[in-house]
Write a protein that binds this ligand. Sequence first.
Ligand code: UD1
Length: 453
Amino acid sequence: MSEITVNGGRKLFGGVKIKGAKNAILPILAASVLIRGEVKLKNCPRISDIKNMLGVLRDLGAKASFRGNTIKINASKISKYEIKGENAKKIRGSIFLLGALLGRFGKATTFASGGCAIGARPIDLHLRGLEALGFKSEDINGATYIYRDEAIAQNSLEPATGFDPKNTRNAATAQKKALNAMREIKTREVFLDFASVGATENLILASVLGEETTRIVGAAREPEIVCLSGFLNAAGAKIAGAGTDEIIIDGVRELSPVVFEPIPDRIVCATYLLAVCATGGSITIKNTLYEHNENLIAKLRSVGAKIQTRGNSIKINVAELKKTPLSVHTAPWVGFPTDIQSQLGAMCAVRGIPLTITENLFENRFSYASELKKLGFNIEINGKTAKFEPTPRENLTNTQLALTAEDLRGGAALIIAALALPQKTTVKNYELVARGYEDIVADLKKLGADIYL
Ligand code: UD1
């Protein structure tokens, strides 16, 4: 594991440009399994989560290249339906392959998927939703095997004959049989008890091919879901209602090759907004969508950050900030995103802004706050609540200190704190941060930070 060092206390000035959103690209890569021909994705960040996902797809038999920031992927000839191996273990995103493989083959096997150590990450909502679509699941030797049902699964596209162009006759026959079997099922309805992002994405992916109409009620509404639907619709799918809690999917026979640019990463944008709030300064963030961070921006304005938007850019100017107490409760969209509570916590700690965070989604998301406490910050963590109180400067340790990142966004939070503290701080486990930020060190250096790997 590598570490980064920050000589903090410098204001940030200049500009950064945001790449595509990791959490939109991962399900889109899974969706490529459903497409006959090549998918080209532009402006993708070269981060380890995406590289690992490409590894999982290659393990399944897909062809994939990642040159510059462009991904080309062709899964026409994939021949396996098991999500396993070292790559799959490393990322939570591998779970999206479940819906895509079910949509393609009518069956899939998944072993536990990876991701951050921020909580248990169960998949019960995925499985219950898939059950409502007519899929059964069984635990076999530590893996979960999911299938449409015996008769229908046998009739669905056999892996080897998949979209193999040399074998169109068999593929067409298999597809026809599968569709005949699927006709038994009427319009399907799924009611999600909780608006899980991953479960909603898996249900869309499992429903997009075929003849049924599927209605998902209680769907998650995150921009990444709108982006996934936009991608699938560009490839010929018929999905309506993404971005609302009711999504309707009219199955189509096939999806075609597509060139697509995913939405910019709202979490990376939020991280840089919070970094400049922590240090002071003025930066312009290009290729970002203001409406994806309205909730955060309202809070930052309430403490005195000057924020302007023009087209796809956000300009933020920060001098003194008010000590108005803030309170956030993490929640599904349009609530406050769990993925930026850590960075907000770090900013408020170094700026002495009183803050209460209630973390409602993941149970282990305060490890960064425990690390900040080691510097002397006045933070009280109690179950799912963390209270940040202003800390007098003299109470802070001012010798070189090492902090340890335990998860991706928590790591970004520790970097934000280190940028603002007038001392040398190291942040360990940089690899966790590199899962979601293409080159946060280079970006911050460009903005004037004294930071190095
Ligand atoms: C996605 C994002 C993650 C973000 C989260 C919430 C990706 C790759 N990751 O994760 O960055 O923090 O949305 O915005 O897109 N749950 C269950 N059972 C399930 C599924 C989820 O109990 O079957 C619970 C989870 O434990 C959690 C909550 O639902 O408490 C939210 O999870 P979910 O929306 O599914 O998040 P992910 O898709 O895993």
